[in-house]
Design a protein around this ligand. Structure first.
Ligand code: ADP
Ligand code: ZN
Length: 583
């Protein structure tokens, strides 16, 4: 606080000096009598006369070779201007000078603000950030946005999340009817925290609460509050709450609340003043309104465990509702919500589509249907076919396919084909319960050479066998490359697989306690993290699993060859193709 005060003070002093300099040095105001003025005109010393229309008792004169402005009594004679013009004196009217002065004042203020901002930012992070367009825009834009678009949204538009919906129903009734609850001494939760993966409908749910309760919706994102001047975040919070309070009852939604309320790092004494101020302002505002006033604050975050405990205490965000990825029924519901008004061909089965979109979020499903519609539109076709959906599927999973593939060498194509066939073969052999949705060597604009998509069964648990098989499937791409091209020719294409496999192995051994020798104790449960014994065990496990995988592929080399040659020919295969080849 003290430091901030000092900064503000020096800023003000700077401003004062700047203004004084401009007013006194530049615009030295000297009086001149009318006769001396006429004399100066006669000697052709006058360069310019400025007549101020607002105050025409005097005018100002500028002499050649003299920077001063002379104030001269205005004779107000009829032909004065003509007289000046005939003497080749420039005549100007109005506030030009005042305007120029104002411009200069703005310049000084602007520079001071910039300097101040620069200092502030540098102080926060230790490094100075780029002054990018976005920051500028944010800096000068008015805080709240998207206020009135929630009115029409209802809970029926939120698919799945049945438990979450039942948990928000009483909140809605609370907002509508606080008196009913006050009568029995119930206190309405002031804050509601929605947490879960991105794109699962947290924002949608918050809007639905406002829509169902019939109250205004005020939304901001946590990132709007940070990376600002000192105090701006806090004042934006106060603004937001003031606006909401004006409408009596309201839903205030703060997306990405972790940007303000992240846990303070331990052992770091230099705290982030700005964020703390913002957080404190939020907490103060929340305790400021009456219990049963009918205002509720809804925060959304991807991760609950990173939030500062101060936010989670009773009287603050004391109700936590998980919004999860949709299960197969919810996916079907979401798909039919978005496919509802679109013409689907008969070969599109939403039930099948729901089954093959495990791990898709609601937002991804919405994009899937929309991309499919765009594909149909691009081809000027009146209905959405399975083909359009397949293409959209690819786009959602891997990004748009590259259309120009002329630069890809035959060697690269072959490597990719063996690699992807390796994954597909391992899936067929080791995880028969998975449904292979697509194997392709069509590269995507995101940089993948090709990809493999297999859909696991929608189950609650994974068995030890399945976990291990998953690791082997990940390693099978590299194993196939090595078997075909030799250990000197293996490529960087497996890096993503290796990362994922390593993570899975660490989970297998540590988090899930599935290794007999290491036992059930989990190092991850300790905050200190890594233990060298676990790491060497992970390495050994990785190596032996890789060997096993290579052996499995080697024993089935003819199948690998057959999948690869068909893949090279057709570029994409689906589950039935693989089944046919392996039968
Ligand atoms: P979040 O806030 O969790 O990141 P959003 O609410 O912004 O997610 O969801 C983005 C879009 O995805 C929504 O506007 C909606 O179109 C769609 N969506 C996501 N989840 C669902 C759901 N459960 N039901 C219906 N639509 C959903
Ligand atoms: Zn791979």
């Amino acid at each position: 606080m003290k430091r901030n005060f000092l900064i503000v003070l020096s800023f003000l002093i700077l401003l004062a000096i700047g203004l004084t300099a401009i007013l006194y040095l530049d615009k030295k105001d000297v009086k001149m009598s009318y006769p001396s003025f006429l004399e100066a005109v006669d000697r052709a010393q006058v360069a310019e006369v400025i007549v101020n229309e607002a105050d025409n008792n005097t005018f100002q004169a500028k002499l050649k070779n003299d920077s001063s402005l002379y104030t001269v009594p205005n004779p107000k004679t009829e032909n004065f201007t003509e007289y000046l013009l005939l003497n080749k004196i420039e005549v100007n009217y109005g506030k030009e000078n005042v305007l120029g002065g104002l411009l200069k004042v703005f310049l000084v203020v602007g520079i001071a603000v910039l300097v101040f901002w620069y200092i502030k930012n540098g102080q926060n992070s230790g490094i100075t950030k780029n002054v990018n367009k976005k920051n500028w825009k944010r800096l000068f834009s008015t805080p709240t946005k998207k206020e009135a678009d929630a009115k029409s949204i209802t809970l029926a538009q939120v698919a799945g999340n049945i438990e979450a919906k039942s948990m928000v129903e009483d909140i809605i009734s609370f907002i509508q009817n606080p008196d009913k609850y006050s009568a029995v001494g119930a206190r309405m939760p002031k804050g509601l925290l929605l947490y879960g993966p991105p794109g699962t409908g947290k924002t949608l749910m918050a809007k639905a609460i406002a829509g169902e309760a019939g109250v205004p919706f005020f939304a901001m994102s946590g990132s709007d509050f940070v990376q600002m001047y000192v105090g701006v975040g806090a004042s934006r919070i106060r603004n937001l709450f003031n606006k909401a309070k004006k409408s009596d009852k309201a839903v205030i939604f703060i997306d990405e609340i972790d940007a303000i309320g992240k846990k303070r790092a331990r052992n770091v004494s230099a705290s982030n003043d700005e964020r703390d101020q913002t957080l404190n302002a939020l907490l103060t505002e929340m305790s400021g309104f009456h219990d049963n006033q009918g205002i509720i604050v809804i925060g959304a975050t991807n991760r609950l465990d990173t939030l500062d405990e101060a936010l989670l205490r009773p009287g603050r965000f004391d109700r936590h509702i998980e919004i999860g990825l949709p299960d197969v029924n919810a996916r079907k519901h979401i798909l039919s919500l978005y496919a509802n008004k679109k013409p689907l061909s008969d070969d599109v089965d939403l039930e099948d589509l729901a089954k093959s979109t495990v791990y898709f979020s609601g937002a991804m499903l919405e994009t899937l249907i929309n991309e499919a519609a765009i594909n149909a539109g691009n081809q000027m076709e009146p209905i959405i076919t399975k083909e359009h959906i397949d293409k959209a599927f690819y786009t959602v999973i891997a990004g748009a396919p590259k259309t120009d593939r002329s630069y890809i060498t035959e060697k690269d194509r072959r490597i990719t084909a063996y690699h992807e066939s390796g994954h597909a073969l391992a899936t067929t052999l080791l995880l028969p319960e998975h449904f292979i949705s697509k194997v392709t060597i069509i590269p995507s604009v995101r940089g993948a050479g090709g990809f493999n998509l297999s859909i696991p069964k929608d189950t609650m648990f994974q068995s030890r066998r399945q976990l291990k098989a998953n690791i082997q499937v990940l390693l099978a791409g590299r194993a196939a490359e090595e078997l075909i091209f030799g250990s000197e020719e293996i490529t960087t294409g497996a890096s993503n697989d290796i990362q994922k496999a390593s993570r899975l192995i660490a989970d297998y051994l540590d988090k899930y306690g599935m290794d007999a020798e290491l036992g059930l104790f989990s190092v991850e449960a300790l905050e200190e993290g890594h233990d060298s014994r676990l790491i060497s065990k992970c390495r050994a496990f990785m190596n032996s699993t890789y060997e096993e995988t290579r052996k499995t592929i080697e024993e089935n080399l003819p199948l690998l060859e057959r999948i690869t040659s068909e893949l090279l020919e057709k570029e994409s295969l689906n589950g039935t193709d693989i089944e046919r080849i392996c039968a």
